[in-house]
Design a binder for this molecule. Structure first.
Ligand SMILES: Nc1ncnc2c1ncn2[C@@H]1O[C@H](COP(=O)(O)OP(=O)(O)OP(=O)(O)O)[C@@H](O)[C@H]1O
Length: 251
């Protein structure tokens, strides 16, 4: 089966400059969750958010990424979306990617919802003609009503989430990246979003979902990646992972 996504030895460090206060630096270095903190002789701290991550996904795979806060889930999705370049390693993603990774990143708060739809869809490689043909279905799905013609800075987090979700899922992407997409939005929209996700799951070649919701992973995904401090603790079939004891099932 052809590989749609392939990562090998992916490592990424964030540099935090000018961390001047010694107490803050010590606090950083002692933190229990998150990527590995490394300091140099100057006022710079490096956080290794991804450390030698490698896996491949084939046509039809649905990957769930789990891990503690700061484990590197969002960073990995950003690498897959092409938002970040890794410091080292190989990333190969074949196909049209649609991501709902960083809501703030995709939206311009000064523009209206409708204008943001155009911008987001353009960034995903769609033509103006294609976007305008899909505009009403995106607006309708977002359920923003008249708010769609107001600046996004007037939206709540849930409303922003609806808008990004409506664009991200409208065009039947080859590869769909979702980050805690269930976090925002009310119960009604969650049910609708779940239905929509199932619909596009049928059509997308690969879906990758980062979440803390183990039940959702067990329901929707066939593959699982467990990250811990930027390192891969497990990659394999969901059915071979014991979510209660957070370890592989041993027969
Ligand atoms: N922009 C940034 N600058 C510096 N460090 C960052 C930045 N973004 C993330 N990090 C650090 O990288 C590590 C991984 O963060 P990431 O957001 O990928 O984790 P996560 O698994 O998605 O966490 P959560 O479950 O809390 O959303 C953490 O230690 C975090 O502090």
């Amino acid at each position: 089966m052809s590989q749609v996504v392939e990562l090998r030895g992916v490592t990424l460090e964030y540099c935090i400059y000018s961390v001047k206060a010694q107490s803050l630096r010590t606090a950083f270095l002692n933190v229990a969750v998150g990527g590995k903190m490394l300091k140099n002789g100057h006022d710079v701290i490096h956080v290794r958010a991804l450390d030698n991550v490698g896996f491949s996904l084939s046509e039809g795979d649905r990957l769930g990424i789990i891990g503690h806060n700061g484990a590197g889930k969002t960073t990995l999705l950003k690498v897959l979306a092409g938002i970040y370049e890794p410091d080292s390693g190989l990333v190969s993603v074949k196909g049209r990617v649609s991501s709902m990774v960083d809501i703030g990143l995709g939206l311009d708060a000064t523009l209206t919802g409708r204008e943001n739809i155009i911008h987001m869809a353009r960034r995903r490689g769609h033509s103006t003609k294609e976007i305008l043909a899909n505009m009403e279905s995106i607006v309708e799905f977002s359920e923003l009503g008249p708010f769609v013609d107001l600046p996004v800075k007037t939206y709540s987090a849930g409303m922003q989430s609806r808008l990004v979700f409506a664009v991200a899922t409208n065009f039947n992407p080859d590869i769909l990246l979702l980050d805690e997409w269930i976090g925002a939005g009310d119960a009604g929209f969650f049910e609708k979003a779940k239905g929509k996700m199932n619909e596009i799951l049928e059509k997308s070649r690969v879906m990758i979902l980062a979440t803390h919701n183990f039940g959702l992973v067990a329901d929707v995904c066939n593959k699982l990646l467990v990250l811990d401090g930027g390192k891969m603790e497990y990659f394999g079939d969901v059915s071979a992972w014991d979510f209660n004891h957070m370890k592989p099932i041993t027969s």
